[in-house]
Every structure is written in structure tokens, then in C-alpha cells.
Design a protein around this ligand. Structure first.
Ligand code: ASP
Length: 339
């Protein structure tokens, strides 16, 4: 009996010791990264297994690049920039190479970036020669006294800094040429911008929100906008507060969807404001603001990350390309609404 009692207390003692050891170990700060590759009518029925595999591979690669930077102690700014490069360089997404085409048949790109620590921000719209628009958005923030540059001026700014510039046909893919043709034919016959086919063939923006070990949030968004856009139309992606927002006091947000409605609902800032002023959790805040968008007649999605590393990936379309990796390296990659 004594022996059993002795053994029992010995085991208890060892367990207490190991729990104490664990408590003594410095806790890894809650860094993390979340990305989207656009929201829309993304249905398994319309996807081949090969294409789905490609999407999942690029999402995994992009999130791993940012996670590696954060794990090594890099900044959320660098993680957002380098992660978005992977998606801008992939022809799969509507950003950089593979961007959707304007009514005139060329690519015209928008991007923005915001730093949650300083509330510094940079954005560009309607550029035609900048290989990685997110890098120029960051350069506007760091190397100009402005927040937003547009068109030829923004292209010239990037060239003056020696950033990578390319001829416009670098961005153009067969897939986007076909999509432009289809949308133009449809628009000519139905003359409705609200036609579901036309609407859904337009999305595919990319975005990223990261939290680094120092507790700083950053968010970025990059897009080609909407297929068959005219009159130098600008969407929500380059507009700070609509498509992108980051504030260490609340959260970082990047949006995708029908830009006109996201501008009118000031989506990214509205989510951050609910979190900051009302103490609402990020998931509820994202759902609340997306409902506002839906009530106006728009649709799309958002990714949100807060300072504790909590993540939300919400959308009111049928799917959204999305991925998240936490400090422990747990990876989530999802495409469809019912995953
Ligand atoms: N929000 C983008 C725009 O309206 C489109 C997208 O998300 O794909 O320009």
C-alpha cells in the first residue's frame, strides 16, 4: 500500500514539475499570416482537379513565403510584400501577371498597402507597366510624400526608383483574353452590368494580412480590377479603408469583391472600427460589414487578422481562395464555401 502511495505522489510530482517547466518557457508571440486570392462563383463543378491542385499549390507557396519571413523575425510589411509577389507572379490570379483586361484589352493594375503600427499607407491605381504593383504601393508610402499615385505618373515613379517594369503584354494571358471576349459579347447582348455571368467573371484580386513577432499588423491588396472596365475605372483595392486597412489597435483587413459596393461600405475600415470602438470580435465584425455590402446588392469577401493572431476569412459569394498559417505552422487552405 505504502509503495503504491509513494508511486502515486512521485508521478504527481514529476507532472507538476513538467507543467512548471512549460510555464517557464518563453511563449512564442502569436504571429500569423492570412491570404486571399479572390472571391466569386467558385464552384467545384466548374473546376478541374488539375486546376484546383494548382490553386492550392500557389496558395500554399505564397503563405509559406510570408510565414518563413515572420518565423525568422522579419516584419509583417516584408511578409505581405513577398507573399503577394508569389500571387502577382502567378497567372492564376487577377493581379500582376494574369490580371483581367480592360475594355481596350490591356491590363491596368491597382494596389495598396498599410502599416498597422504607424498608419502609414501607400497606393497606386491604373498602372500598366509595374511588374509587382504591391512593391510600388509600399514605395509610395516610404519614398514619396504622398499616399496615392495613379496612371502614367505612378508608372514613371516606379521606373525612377528602378523598380521592375515590363511591357503591358507581360500581364496578358489567353484565359483573360477569352474572358474579355465573353464578357463583351454578353454585355453587348444583355446590356446589364448586373448580369450574374458578367459579375462573376470579374473577380480574383489577391490580398494578405500579416502579424509579426513584434506585434505589428500590415495589410496589402493587389488587383487588375474588373474585366472590361472602362473610363479608367478604379475599384476598392487601392483605396485605403475600402479594400485595405491595418491598425495595431484593432486588426488588418484585405478585401475582394464587387469594388463599387466595397467603396460605398468602406469595408476594411468599417470592420476595424467595429473592433476598435465596440470591442467586437473580428469574425462578427467581418460578417456585419459584409451584410451591409449584401444589403446594398454587392458581394465579396474579406480576410482579417488581429493582434492576438485570431483570423477571420468571411465571404458571401460561393467561394473564396484563402489560406492561413499560425505561429505553430498549422496550415489551412480552402476554396469553396462548404469546406
Ligand atoms: N475588388 C476588386 C475590384 O473591384 C475586384 C476583385 O476583388 O477581384 O476592383
Amino acid at each position: 500500500m505504502m509503495r503504491i502511495l509513494f508511486l502515486f505522489f512521485a508521478v504527481l510530482f514529476i507532472q507538476c514539475e513538467s507543467t512548471q517547466d512549460k510555464l517557464k518557457q518563453p511563449k512564442e508571440p502569436p504571429f500569423g499570416i492570412v491570404i486571399h486570392g479572390g472571391a466569386g462563383t467558385i464552384l467545384k463543378a466548374n473546376m478541374t482537379p488539375e486546376l484546383e491542385k494548382e490553386y492550392r499549390q500557389v496558395l500554399a507557396e505564397a503563405v509559406a513565403v510570408g510565414h518563413g519571413i515572420l518565423k525568422a523575425g522579419g516584419t509583417s510589411q516584408e511578409a505581405v510584400e513577398k507573399t503577394i509577389h508569389v500571387m502577382e507572379d502567378s497567372p492564376l490570379f487577377n493581379a500582376g501577371k494574369g490580371a483581367v483586361l480592360t475594355a481596350e484589352g490591356h491590363a491596368s493594375l491597382d494596389a495598396s498597402f498599410m502599416d498597422g503600427k504607424t498608419l502609414n499607407a501607400g497606393a497606386i491605381s491604373g498602372v500598366q507597366h509595374i511588374k509587382n504593383p504591391i512593391t510600388t504601393a509600399i514605395a509610395v508610402m516610404e519614398q514619396s510624400p504622398h499616399v496615392m499615385l495613379s496612371g502614367k505618373g505612378a508608372d514613371a515613379f516606379a521606373a525612377s526608383l528602378g523598380l521592375d517594369t515590363v511591357p503591358n503584354n507581360y500581364f496578358i494571358t489567353e484565359r483573360r483574353k477569352n474572358a474579355l471576349k465573353r464578357v463583351q459579347e454578353r454585355e453587348a447582348s444583355e446590356v446589364s452590368f448586373y448580369d450574374p455571368f458578367i459579375r462573376d467573371s470579374k473577380f480574383g484580386t489577391v490580398g494578405c494580412v500579416a502579424l509579426d513577432k513584434a506585434g505589428n499588423l500590415a495589410a496589402g491588396t493587389s488587383t487588375g480590377g474588373m474585366t472590361n472596365k472602362k473610363w479608367d475605372r478604379i475599384g476598392d483595392a487601392p483605396i485605403i479603408g475600402a479594400g485595405t486597412y491595418a491598425n495595431n489597435n484593432s486588426c488588418g483587413v484585405s478585401a475582394t469583391g464587387w469594388g463599387e459596393f466595397f467603396i460605398r461600405s468602406v469595408v476594411a475600415h468599417d470592420i476595424a472600427a467595429l473592433v476598435e470602438y465596440k470591442g467586437v470580435d473580428i469574425k462578427t465584425a467581418a460578417k456585419t460589414v459584409l451584410q451591409k455590402v449584401a444589403d446594398l446588392g454587392g458581394d465579396g469577401g474579406v480576410i482579417v487578422l488581429d493582434r492576438k493572431g485570431n483570423v477571420a476569412m468571411e465571404f458571401n459569394t460561393q467561394g473564396m481562395y484563402r489560406a492561413h498559417m499560425d505561429a505553430q505552422g498549422n496550415l489551412t487552405i480552402k476554396i469553396y464555401g462548404d469546406e
